[in-house]
Design a protein around this ligand. Structure first.
Ligand code: CU
Length: 167
């Protein structure tokens, strides 16, 4: 038991260090530090606006609304992270948690107890059903190759990506 705990700790620490070094994408922001609110509309399969200009150090509150007919994700990451996240989303489809126009929240809760990835709870992303609204507060740092994208299977490939320019 103790060995497993230590092993978990080692894996956990390794991944956090790795995340800091190579996947610097910013961090969850605080409400009282928000310097700008940006409204984002999600359509099938694109964002409006389709690109963002942000200053390094800025904390942005994204108010997101899905007006499309499909489930969409608003995920702040880099390309490598998006690609890595896509099999998790595929698994959510295979397990019938993620359906074309809805999310089975009950099933998601149950499955996330077995496999954490199935819970889809990350501070850098929000997954919305049609007509749903959500928000993310994010503090941006001087990072390159940040993309806001949707990793619902097929959507990233269809071009549901918004470029983020950080100066
Ligand atoms: Cu999408």
């Amino acid at each position: 038991m103790k060995f497993i705990n230590i092993l978990f700790l080692v894996i956990f620490c390794t991944t956090s260090v790795f995340a800091d070094k190579n996947m610097k994408i910013g961090s969850m922001g605080k409400e009282n530090e928000v310097s700008r609110v940006i409204k984002v509309i999600m359509y099938d399969n694109y964002y409006e606006p389709s690109s963002f200009k942000i200053n390094a150090g800025e904390t942005i509150k994204f108010e997101i609304e899905n007006v499309g007919n499909l489930v969409h994700e608003f995920n702040i990451a880099n390309k490598m992270m998006h690609i890595k996240h896509q099999p998790e989303m595929e698994k959510m489809v295979e397990n019938e948690i993620l359906l074309a126009s809805s999310i089975d929240k009950e099933k998601m809760k149950k499955m996330s107890k077995i496999d954490k990835a199935m819970g889809h709870s990350h501070s850098n992303s929000v997954l919305l059903e049609p007509k749903q609204k959500g928000k993310i507060i994010w503090k941006f740092e001087n990072a390159v190759n940040i993309e806001i994208a949707c990793n619902v299977p097929g959507h990233y490939q269809a071009g549901m990506i918004a470029k983020v320019d950080i100066n």
